[in-house]
Design a protein around this ligand. Structure first.
Ligand SMILES: [Zn+2]
Length: 193
């Protein structure tokens, strides 16, 4: 009978997996068990074809590095430039006129104490705290004979005025206090992170 010649391997004769491997020249024993789904997979598989998990640890680590390295670069960038980009912290030494002493007067504070009381005003747009007020005392010849500071942690909001007092107990006997100079020695940006 004239018919279409059937191939040696009929359509119904499906190769078993190990036969298929043998045909490809791969030894059927070169397999292992997927640690996730316990299915048999090729020894050199990077990804399990059954459960799609990465089964080659070294390869998985390499793939993770592809993400870790750029993330570390971004993180380092934020560490170095973050406060400039995000918080814009103002440095008081860059704005030495941000807080002005608007009035001041010297007073005797108990027996040996001295003090300077006055008012200060925030002339800037930045709220400041940790405001350090310094009073330098001079004798009649203009020689610096004593100094005293007072630091307030209270925030002085932009544009606001507040009183201050720098008091200290003079331990130096016989020192002539002729005049003084009062100034803001430093402050911190209260809006800092
Ligand atoms: Zn698997």
């Amino acid at each position: 009978m004239a018919g279409i010649p059937m191939p040696a391997n009929g359509a119904g004769d499906k190769l078993l997996p190990h036969e298929l491997m043998a045909e490809r020249g791969t030894h059927p024993m070169e397999t292992r068990t997927c640690p996730y789904c316990k299915q048999e997979i090729a020894l050199d598989s990077r990804k399990c074809p059954h459960c799609r998990e990465w089964v080659n640890r070294r390869y998985a680590a390499k793939r993770a590095l592809v993400w870790v390295v750029p993330l570390m670069v971004i993180w380092l960038g934020f560490m170095v430039f973050g406060d400039r980009i995000m918080f814009r912290e103002q440095k008081y030494w860059k704005h030495p006129d941000a807080i002005k002493i608007t009035s001041h007067t010297a007073g005797q504070n108990e027996e040996d104490g001295r003090c300077v009381i006055g008012t200060m005003k925030n002339m800037s747009e930045t709220p400041w705290d940790m405001i350090t007020i310094q009073v330098d005392y001079y004798d009649a010849t203009g020689r610096l004979v004593d100094t005293s500071t007072d630091c307030s942690s209270d925030t002085l909001p932009a544009g606001q005025e507040r009183s201050f007092k720098v008091a200290f107990e003079s331990k130096r006997r016989g020192v002539e206090y002729d005049h003084y100079r009062v100034f803001i020695a430093g402050a911190d940006d209260a809006s800092r992170f």
